[in-house]
Design a protein around this ligand. Structure first.
Ligand SMILES: [Zn+2]
Length: 452
């Protein structure tokens, strides 16, 4: 393992420009003739937040912590932001540029890669990291979110006027329901070509093993806040049965896939906003032989920290915790404080392509008329690649002209903003000033009524 010394240095940006030779070809814990060594994946706690009178965990516990997530393709210093490379690519930004922006790991989408190019292509390529030339750890989500989003109640199919409705079958008028859940799995129509497909615990595990990310998620049923309490209860039990099947299939595939690095599997806790359901689901997931936990599902912003704490109450400290699809700066603080280690979010890239720029003083849209003649960087004092050399006026021009470089420059800045935010939070926990840092950062970010 020539890469070990480089990987375990305490220097955050040790990899920049000097990728350790052979890291991708020789991940840790992969030996010819043997199944992947589970010992190559582990979580090491560095600093725990002190408990406090208003701590949301049992006995005033605050589960926030810094640590190191060891994976076969390298270490992740946590808490960490995980940029989303949905289709095995950050839109408009090369992996080496993401590394330069400080990214430690990337998350791709199992469903999209299954649809195109097909998971067997990634297996042939030597796994996701190798396929996309990313020199570091990767995650895949289970595909459950995308598959179930095709059903009633999500995204574009969600009926906008749901006042007075409390139904398990909310669907917008004129929209076709494209996914159906049964005990065994989900049947859905491909959004690419309308063909009929099936996802189940076993199929999701097969797809994710072939894709070969370091961290995978169990196939779960995602509900919405619109579903009835009765349906949420059924769904939590079904997700538990699917979780058991995922663990069994994961073990079988791990034994079968000789010579490959170990892939860690996280169980996902659902239960919407209900404390008793969340606690129950967390105990169920904690009872299974998972490597980590995914905090997922529909939840209201106001209790996002509580939900993390309820789940951590039941979870062994040694299991890393990933919060799926986090949305905003204040949510990140709430989730870090209550135990989240890693966070993925598509917002920085998606917002950036629309001209929304994140700064320490809140979010603004660079396509507003006032920036046409503004030759300052996107954010003064920002050390990202974009802000070193490019102006607001230029990025505004590129985005208006729909030039690809506009997407690139805006995405680099926004991804760097979130990566740096998590780096700074990590430093504040290790340095013993998290509370002050949180209060000052949130006050400044939201001072102008900023969203995001
Ligand atoms: Zn910048």
């Amino acid at each position: 393992m020539t890469s070990d010394s480089a990987e375990t240095t305490g220097v955050q940006h040790a990899h920049i420009g000097t990728a350790p030779a052979g890291l991708i070809d020789h991940p840790r814990g992969a030996e010819p003739g043997k199944p992947g060594d589970r010992g190559a994946f582990s979580f090491e706690t560095i600093t725990r937040l002190p408990d406090s009178a208003d701590g949301k965990g049992r006995g005033g516990a605050r589960y926030g912590r810094t640590g190191i997530l060891h994976t076969p393709h390298g270490d992740i210093r946590t808490p960490a932001f995980v940029p989303v490379a949905t289709q095995g690519a950050m839109k408009a930004v090369l992996p080496e540029t993401m590394r330069e922006a400080g990214a430690q790991c990337l998350l791709s989408n199992a469903f999209h890669l299954y649809e195109r190019p097909g998971e067997e292509v990634l297996n042939e390529a030597g796994g996701l990291a190798h396929f996309m030339n990313w020199d570091g750890p990767t995650f895949t989500d289970s595909g459950g979110f995308q598959v179930l989003s095709l059903g009633a109640g999500f995204k574009k199919t969600l009926a906008m006027d749901v006042s007075g409705m409390k139904s398990d079958d909310v669907i917008a008028e004129g929209k076709e329901r494209m996914a159906f859940v049964d005990e065994d799995g989900v049947t859905f129509k491909s959004p690419l070509n309308g063909s009929l497909h099936r996802f189940s615990a076993e199929i999701s595990m097969r797809i994710q093993h072939n894709i070969g990310a370091d961290i995978m998620f169990a196939f779960d049923e995602l509900t919405t806040l619109m579903n009835t309490r009765g349906y949420q209860e059924e769904s939590v039990e079904r997700t538990f049965r699917w979780a058991q099947r995922c663990v069994a299939e994961h073990k079988r595939l791990t034994e079968e896939r000789i010579g490959k690095p170990y892939q860690a599997l996280y169980g996902v806790v659902q239960g919407a906003n209900y404390e008793d359901l969340r606690r129950h689901a967390a105990e169920q997931i904690a009872s299974l032989d998972f490597d980590g936990v995914g905090i997922g599902g529909a939840m209201e912003k106001r209790i996002i920290g509580d939900i993390c704490a309820w789940i951590c109450d039941a979870m062994p400290e040694s299991r890393p915790r990933h919060v799926l699809g986090i949305a905003a700066v204040d949510d990140i603080f709430a989730c870090v404080e209550n135990g989240g280690d890693t966070f993925d979010c598509v917002a920085p890239a998606r917002c950036g392509r629309n001209g929304a720029i994140f700064t320490r003083d809140g979010r603004y849209n660079v396509k507003r008329a006032e920036f046409k003649h503004d030759f300052r960087p996107l954010e003064e004092g920002c050390e990202c690649y974009t802000c070193k050399d490019y102006s607001r006026a230029y990025v505004d021009h590129l985005l208006r002209a729909r030039e690809f470089n506009g997407f690139t420059l805006a995405t680099i800045h926004n991804e760097h903003f979130f990566i740096k935010l998590l780096d700074d939070i990590r430093a504040s926990i290790d340095g013993g000033y998290f509370d002050e840092f949180r209060d000052a950062t949130l006050a400044r970010f939201y001072a102008n009524g900023s969203r995001g």
